[in-house]
Design a protein around this ligand. Structure first.
Ligand code: FAD
Ligand code: SIN
Length: 490
């Protein structure tokens, strides 16, 4: 079978390698160079209940709890049960996970995990290690690779997805098209995500009429360096003992949640934003208790970057604030990666499998790419059709309609600012209504270049996200609606 995969993060690479091993004719396209995307930036690690005192059942409970009960039980069971095999496959592919003194894989702790179960490599360079290993494997495989090949739209014939049209205008046909284009953090003015995360696969699916859901659930990471270009300071640092303090030096998270700094990410992010707003300056992450040798050893990437910026975090707490980090929603798939249109598949952050519910548990997304990428490849020949899943979230449609009212000129910068201010961490009816109106008043750019295609995609996904957020009137997980009484207090 001819399989065409767009994207070379953990999801696309895993799918490509497994499909190649199964004898498929695989082509992988990527808009930049191989190994880009969020995967290479992942710090904390990859979750998996593989150690003594832990179990997939406990991992499943934590995943469902962090997702605020919105996750799909089958998808979650599939994820946690697949973790051991996924970890083994990564080790076999050459990923050198950090080891404990007894030789077993070392296990870190992150927020909302009831057990330490995060495997990491190079301290805080897990994504880089995974990306390097899988890209090396890919280069040694039969998979054909086209770099700087920007997927623009799906080719559809008689209701079936038949391939992809590139921004260059050329077309690639395939029996199965896999969207593995990552997330959409670049919708927001402040994000941990690299520049290529512009929601391209989700926009393509929306334009083609495939089911897309849960876009209102955008995760904001609480500890992103608040000076200069946003830079993530891993949750694993809090897992190792760092704490959050306000301007008075108080550990304010102690009053917010029994798990304090290790509460679910959405709770920490909102508390960080609220306290910063109250005191008129960012809160700080205090990792001084860990000491310089431990910080350099356990978190070498973060340590080097902070020192490059003139910050000695072994002596001084560093200012942090939330930034857009991970999109829980996406192209609706079943647990084998099948999307709603025949011939279309999706995997990784682009997909909405249902594992993350309304708020992803830390370090579950690398795992999702590894587990579901392999499953997708195994399912390619299977005759079963996509079964209409019970959608827990709202399904989104593409809307290109423009409101007649003008709202200033569209620019990527204006869109990112609007999304940050109106569709960000704290939402309310008035702001969301304004965002939806403004986004629909903007004209979608006619894409001729890669940058224009990204702009058009951002606008399509922003419209769907803002509309989904407006429609969901209650707070759930990462989607937090301020009640009128709270506006002004937050
Ligand atoms: P990506 O890795 O984002 O890859 C997407 C690929 O698609 C890229 O190759 C990109 O170039 C390509 N692409 C995009 N659009 C197109 C197009 N139109 N045409 C062709 N190619 C295209 N998760 C964890 O589990 N643990 C962590 O410790 C962790 N830390 C993180 C730290 C940071 C700073 C960030 C940003 C994220 C982190 N995450 C972590 C989240 C996790 O890294 C991502 O969710 C995951 O890597 C997504 O993998 P992916 O394969 O779906 O997409
Ligand atoms: C982090 O290291 O804090 C990010 C982990 C994740 O996003 O899963």
């Amino acid at each position: 079978m001819k399989v065409l995969i767009a994207g070379s993060g953990i999801a696309g690479l895993t799918t490509a390698l497994r499909a190649d091993a199964l004898g498929h004719d695989v082509e992988l396209i990527v808009k930049g160079e191989l190994g880009g995307g969020s995967t290479a930036h992942a710090q904390g690690g990859i979750a998996g209940a593989y150690g003594a005192g832990d179990s997939p059942a406990l991992h499943a409970l934590d995943t469902m709890h962090a997702g605020d009960g919105h996750g799909g039980p089958l998808a979650i069971a599939t994820l946690v049960d697949g973790a051991a095999a996924a970890l083994d496959a990564l080790v076999s592919a050459g990923v050198a996970f950090d080891r404990a003194a007894d030789g077993s894989i070392a296990r870190g702790l992150e927020a909302a995990h009831s057990r330490p179960r995060i495997a990491h490599a190079g301290g805080d360079a897990t994504g880089r290690a995974i990306s390097h290993a899988l890209v090396a494997r890919l280069r040694a495989s039969e998979v054909r690779v086209r770099e700087r090949a920007f997927a623009a739209d799906l080719l559809i014939d008689e209701g079936r997805v038949r391939g992809i049209r590139l921004v260059s205008g050329s077309e690639i046909e395939a029996d199965a098209v896999v969207l593995a284009t990552g997330g959409a953090g670049r919708l927001f003015a402040h994000t941990t995500n690299p520049p290529e995360t512009t929601g391209d696969g989700i926009a393509m699916a929306l334009r083609a009429g495939a089911a897309v859901a849960d876009l209102e659930f955008m995760q904001f990471h609480p500890t992103v360096l608040a000076v200069g270009t946003p830079f993530l300071i891993s949750e694993a640092v809090r897992g190792a003992g760092a704490v959050l303090r306000d301007a008075g030096g108080r550990r304010f998270m102690v009053d917010e949640h029994p798990d304090a700094e290790l509460a679910p990410r959405d709770i920490v992010a909102r508390a960080v934003a609220r306290r910063a707003d109250e005191q008129g300056s960012p809160v700080v992450l205090d990792a001084t208790i860990l000491g310089a040798p431990e910080l350099a050893h356990r978190f070498p990437t973060i340590d080097a970057e902070l020192r490059r910026r003139g910050l000695d975090w072994s002596r001084q707490p560093v200012p942090v604030s939330p930034a857009a980090h991970y999109l829980m929603g996406g192209v609706v798939t079943d647990v084998d990666g099948r999307a709603s249109l025949p011939g279309l598949w999706a995997v990784g952050e682009t997909a909405r499998t249902g594992v993350h519910g309304a708020n992803r548990l830390a370090s579950n997304s690398l795992l999702e790419g590894a587990v579901f990428g392999a499953r997708l490849a195994e399912a390619l020949e299977a005759p079963r059709a996509f079964e209409s899943l019970t959608l827990l979230g709202s399904a989104s449609r593409c809307s290109n309609s423009s409101d007649s009212k003008k709202a200033g000129r569209f620019s990527r910068h204006a869109l990112q600012q609007l999304m940050w201010e109106r569709v960000g961490l704290l939402r309310d009816d008035e702001g969301l209504t304004d965002a939806v109106r403004t986004l629909h008043a903007w004209e979608a750019p006619s894409p001729r270049t890669s940058a224009e295609q990204e702009d058009a995609n951002l606008l399509v996904v922003a419209r769907a996200m803002a509309s989904a957020a407006l429609e969901r009137t209650e707070s759930l997980g990462a989607h937090f609606r301020l009640s009128p009484a709270l506006i002004g207090a937050a």
